[in-house]
Design a binder for this molecule. Structure first.
Ligand SMILES: *Cc1c(COP(=O)(O)O)cnc(C)c1O
Length: 370
C-alpha cells in the first residue's frame, strides 16, 4: 500500500542534506551563532522578497506577533479583532500584549469576514489582526476601509502566507506590522522554531528590535523593558538558502492545488479552496489544502486506513470554543464549519501520483467513479 504522510519531517532535511551540512560546517567553524551576517543578509532578502522596508528575525512567530502588536502601539485594555479560525498563537499574542482578543466569524474562503469585523468594532477596538490563512491573503481592501473608517491598526498574522499576494501586494506588507513563521511544516521551514516581524515603518522596526533585544537600542543603551527573542544565525543561513529557491516552492504548491481541483471539483460532498488563478486579486501559495467534507470523521478514518495522513487544523477547536480562556462569543457559522474541515497532504515531498492516490480514495469514499 502507498503511504502518503501528511507531512514528511525528515524530508525537510534529507531533500537538501548536502547543502545543510555545508551551511552547518561553515557557520559552526566561524562561530557565528547569534546576530551575525547570515541573519542580516536573510533579513534583507526577506524584506526585499516581500517588498517591505524592514524584517527582523525572531525566535518564533508567536513572539513575533506579540512584538508586532506592541511595536505598532497596541496597549493594555485595547481590543483586537481576529478570526476565530486561526491558531491559538494569534490570540495568545494579543493576550500577552495586554489586549483582549475578540474572535469573529470567517467567510466562504475560511478567512476573516470583513462584515463580522465591522460588526465587532467597539470604542475600545485598537486593531484588526487578520490571519492570512492557508497561504491566502484576505480582502485587504475591505479590511483597510474598515480600519480607516474607525482609525484602527492592521497587524497581520502572516505566519502561513510567505509570498501570498492580494492585488499584487504580499501578505505582511499591508498593515503597521506582521509576523511570519519558519516552523518546520510552514512553507519556508527551518529545523526548529523561527520567525520574523516585518514592517514598512522604521519606528515600528526600531521598537520591535528593542523589545526583542532586552530593550537595548542600536547604540546598546537600554531604552525600555524588553525580552530576548532572536532567530538563530544558523537557521537564518539555512532559510536564506531556501528563500533563494522559494519561487519553485510556490510554483509546485500551486501545481499540486490545481491537480487536486482537477480531480475533486465535481465531488459534491466536499468544498475545495479557491483554485490557483480562479480570481485576479489573489495569488495563493497553499500552505495548506483545507477542504470542507461531509462525513468528515469517517473520511479521515477511511483515508488513514489507506495510508493517507490528513490533519484537522488547530486540533479541531476554533478560538471562541476555548472556554477555559474565557471566550463567550457565539459564532454559529464557525461552529458548523469546524465539523467539516480537514486538510489534505500539501507539501514538497508529494508526487503527482500521491495526489492521484489521495483523490482516487476520496472519490471511492463518496462512491464516485474515477
Ligand atoms: C504557525 C502559526 C503561528 C505560530 O507560529 P510559530 O512560529 O510556531 O510561533 C501563528 N499563527 C498562525 C496562523 C500559524 O499557522
Amino acid at each position: 500500500m502507498r503511504s502518503v504522510p501528511f507531512f514528511n519531517y525528515p524530508a525537510l532535511f534529507t531533500s537538501q542534506e548536502a547543502e545543510f551540512q555545508r551551511i552547518f560546517a561553515d557557520v559552526g567553524r566561524r562561530g557565528a551563532f547569534i546576530k551575525h551576517r547570515d541573519l542580516e543578509e536573510f533579513e534583507k532578502c526577506l524584506a526585499s522578497f516581500l517588498g517591505v522596508s524592514h524584517a527582523l528575525g525572531v525566535g518564533n512567530a508567536t513572539d513575533g506577533l506579540e512584538v508586532a502588536l506592541l511595536a505598532a502601539g497596541v496597549k493594555d485594555g485595547d481590543e483586537v479583532i481576529l478570526s476565530s479560525h486561526t491558531m491559538l498563537a494569534t490570540a495568545v499574542a494579543v493576550h500577552f500584549a495586554g489586549a483582549k482578543p475578540v474572535p469573529v466569524e470567517c467567510g466562504p474562503d475560511h478567512l476573516i469576514d470583513p462584515a463580522a469585523v465591522e460588526a465587532a468594532v467597539t470604542p475600545r477596538t485598537r486593531a484588526i489582526m487578520p490571519t492570512q490563512l492557508n497561504g491566502r491573503t484576505c480582502d485587504m481592501d475591505a479590511l483597510g476601509r474598515i480600519a480607516n473608517t474607525h482609525g484602527l491598526l492592521i497587524v497581520e498574522d502572516a505566519a502561513q502566507a510567505l509570498g501570498s499576494r492580494f492585488k499584487g501586494r504580499c501578505a505582511g506588507s499591508f498593515g503597521a506590522s506582521a509576523a511570519i513563521s519558519f516552523y518546520p511544516a510552514k512553507v519556508l521551514g527551518c529545523m526548529g522554531d523561527g520567525g520574523a516581524v516585518v514592517t514598512n515603518d522604521s519606528r515600528v522596526y526600531e521598537r520591535a528590535s528593542e523589545l526583542c533585544n532586552f530593550g537595548r537600542n542600536s547604540a546598546g543603551e537600554v531604552v525600555r523593558w524588553g525580552f530576548n527573542s532572536r532567530l538563530d544565525n544558523l537557521h537564518a543561513a539555512m532559510l536564506l538558502f531556501q528563500l533563494n529557491r522559494y519561487d519553485d516552492v510556490m510554483r509546485r504548491r500551486r501545481e499540486l492545488a490545481a491537480l487536486y481541483t482537477g480531480r475533486l471539483d465535481n465531488v459534491a460532498e466536499i468544498g475545495l479552496p479557491p483554485a490557483p488563478d480562479s480570481d485576479r486579486d489573489h495569488f495563493d501559495i497553499y500552505q495548506n489544502y483545507e477542504i470542507e467534507a461531509e462525513h468528515r470523521n469517517e473520511l479521515k478514518q477511511y483515508l488513514m486506513d489507506r495510508g493517507i495522513g490528513t490533519l484537522i487544523q488547530w486540533g479541531g477547536q476554533a478560538i471562541h470554543q476555548l472556554k477555559a480562556l474565557g471566550f463567550t462569543q457565539h459564532l454559529p457559522h464557525t461552529d458548523w464549519l469546524f465539523t467539516r474541515l480537514v486538510m489534505l497532504p500539501m507539501n514538497m515531498s508529494l508526487s503527482d501520483d500521491d495526489v492521484h492516490y489521495v483523490c482516487d480514495n476520496i472519490r471511492d469514499f463518496y462512491g464516485y467513479t474515477q
